[in-house]
Design a binder for this molecule. Structure first.
Ligand SMILES: C[S@@+](CC[C@H](N)C(=O)[O-])C[C@H]1O[C@@H](n2cnc3c(N)ncnc32)[C@H](O)[C@@H]1O
Length: 399
């Protein structure tokens, strides 16, 4: 389907005129617009390449859309949305190591600090995708900051305010759809106040808001609970609340860790006997004090704990047993890629150090979950296109 169908910058009076023409002349919206364009350019027999399928199957039809990838990391959103007919028109990520991976995988170096991006440099887009930084909202981030007597959440000038950078972009560009991701505790952070501010901001911006915690374990062999927030522009494209539902986990057998393990991993990933005995003693000390700390020796027939950005330190949260006579090993970076659902050929091309690779995967969003949620967004877009022939967008709001 050609891009021409995505008509934008339409003032309210013209939207009203299209609606009345549709009713009075019993035409589809496409026909009204096409007729107006043909008359405007003074040609009688012009046909625009509007090959909108007459009865596309709603469940499988993937309308093309443009998106921007903010706080892009290594492109978990990009990887997934590109598979759904999405075209990335802008990316932003300030970490030079992540930029290196992103360039190697998608052929484009994202622009740097989002605070330096000028609104006019962000092209129009249908979906704004962003896994905004989780440090001020995560339990680890909060307790560390609190113990250091630092502000957190929205009081934190360096990280918390990044949500307001997003809000500024949203207000200026009014993308029809927002697709956000964050840590699970976003909703409970700071006694719920953080989520209250985010929700209120999105509501004030006039978006329908659908938040849901999803565990990636349905798609990859890893427990990874994250909140996904999908929003639809109330003002113009979605005046009625869209019929959006989050995906169920796929049917069939659950993913197993064993399926992503390498046969002969480099011995450098095996813990030294010294580190292994230290971890065991440390865990035992905590157990005796009644604390919860423990290393995560995994059952390879099941799923692992959450891969964190700190995995490079000792790898203790996910350790692969290697029999009684050998210390366990940590996952290799390529296994981490698969654990996160980065399973395309390009994702096996790791162009940064192990430390950076672990950090990047631990920070990323799981592409298969994004793809599953994205498919549900596509259904809403497809239904909207079938109803209207286009996603209408008001004029005058965009800078
Ligand atoms: C939670 S991670 C998002 C990861 C991403 N969704 C992925 O799949 O890899 C947040 C990212 O925001 C980036 N970031 C933080 N502050 C930034 C800023 N001011 N400008 C641009 N990027 C920033 C961090 O470097 C980090 O990669």
């Amino acid at each position: 389907m050609p891009k021409q169908l995505l008509v934008r910058d339409v003032p309210d009076d013209i939207v009203g005129w299209i609606a009345s023409e549709k009713t009075e002349r019993r035409l589809s919206q496409n026909e009204v617009i096409l007729d107006a364009l043909v008359r405007a350019c003074g040609k009688k027999n012009v046909t625009l390449p509007l090959q909108f399928p007459t009865n596309p199957p709603a469940d499988t039809f993937l309308p093309p859309f443009s998106f921007i990838d903010l706080f892009a990391g290594i492109g978990g959103f990009r990887s997934a949305l590109s598979k759904l007919n999405g075209n990335c028109v802008f990316s932003c990520e300030w970490d030079e190591h992540s930029q290196k991976t992103y360039k190697a995988w998608y052929g484009e170096k994202p622009v740097g600090d989002i605070k330096d991006v000028k609104l006019k440099d962000i092209p129009r887009h249908d979906i704004l995708a962003a896994g905004f930084p989780c440090q001020p909202f995560s339990i680890a981030g909060v307790s560390k900051r609190q113990s250091l007597g630092m502000a957190h959440g929205f009081e934190c000038a360096t990280q918390g305010n990044l949500f307001f950078q997003l809000a500024t972009i949203i207000a200026a560009k009014r993308p029809p759809v927002l697709f956000l991701e964050n840590v699970k505790n976003l909703k409970s952070h700071d006694k719920g106040r953080t989520w209250e501010v985010i929700e209120k901001t999105l509501d004030d911006l006039d978006y329908w808001i659908f938040p849901q915690v999803i565990d990636a374990a349905g798609w990859v062999p890893q427990h990874r609970e994250r909140v996904y927030i999908v929003c639809f522009d109330k003002k113009v494209a979605f005046r009625q609340k869209p019929n959006f539902v989050f995906p169920e986990r796929p049917e069939g057998p659950r993913p197993r860790l064993a399926d992503i393990l390498e046969e002969n991993p480099d011995p450098k990933y095996t813990l030294t006997p010294h580190l292994w005995s230290y971890l065991q003693k440390y865990a035992e000390g905590h157990r005796l004090k009644g604390n919860g700390f423990g290393f995560g020796l995994v059952d390879v027939e099941g799923v692992s704990r959450t891969l964190s950005a700190r995995y490079y330190k000792d790898g203790s949260e996910i350790l692969i047993p290697q029999g009684p006579n050998r210390p366990p090993r940590r996952l290799t970076p390529r296994e981490c890629a698969k654990l996160m659902g980065f399973v395309d050929e390009r994702h096996q091309n790791i162009v940064v150090s192990d430390t950076q690779a672990y950090r990047q995967f631990g920070n990323a969003v799981c592409p298969p979950v994004v793809e599953a949620v994205g498919r549900e967004i596509s259904k809403v877009l497809a239904a909207k296109l079938m109803e209207n022939g286009c996603l209408l967008k008001k004029t005058g709001t965009e800078k």
